[in-house]
Ligand binder design. Structure first.
Ligand code: FES
Length: 103
């Protein structure tokens, strides 16, 4: 069973925005899309650039370096130059605290 660890207060993740955090040495980007929180590894699979520096458009995050896009729910690449997915993590919200399972 996955262990969920604290990542952020919910109110610190802007609506339709992103926040990069470090959890136990892993860079994670927390994404707030219309009140639902998603968590992905904050590392583009193309050249390891932080996705939290990019843009959220609908259900995709666009890498700021070369424009690859990823599905925020599955981590699947949606546009070149990335061809590999990014990791996704389970999220729990408990009393305003966002927790992430790094597995
Ligand atoms: S590092 Fe993200 S698209 Fe190249």
């Amino acid at each position: 069973m996955s262990e969920f660890v604290p990542a952020s207060r919910l109110e610190d993740i802007p609506e339709n925005g992103m926040k990069g955090v470090m959890i136990g040495g892993t860079a994670v980007v927390l994404i707030n899309r219309e009140g639902t929180i998603y968590a992905l590894e904050d590392c583009c699979s193309h050249e390891e650039f932080p996705l939290s520096s990019g843009d959220l458009v609908g259900s995709e995050v666009t890498c700021a370096l070369h424009g690859a896009r990823f599905d925020i729910e599955t981590g699947a690449p949606r546009a070149l130059p990335a061809v590999m997915p990014v990791r996704t993590f389970e999220v729990q919200i408990d009393d305003g605290e966002v927790r992430v399972a790094l597995d």
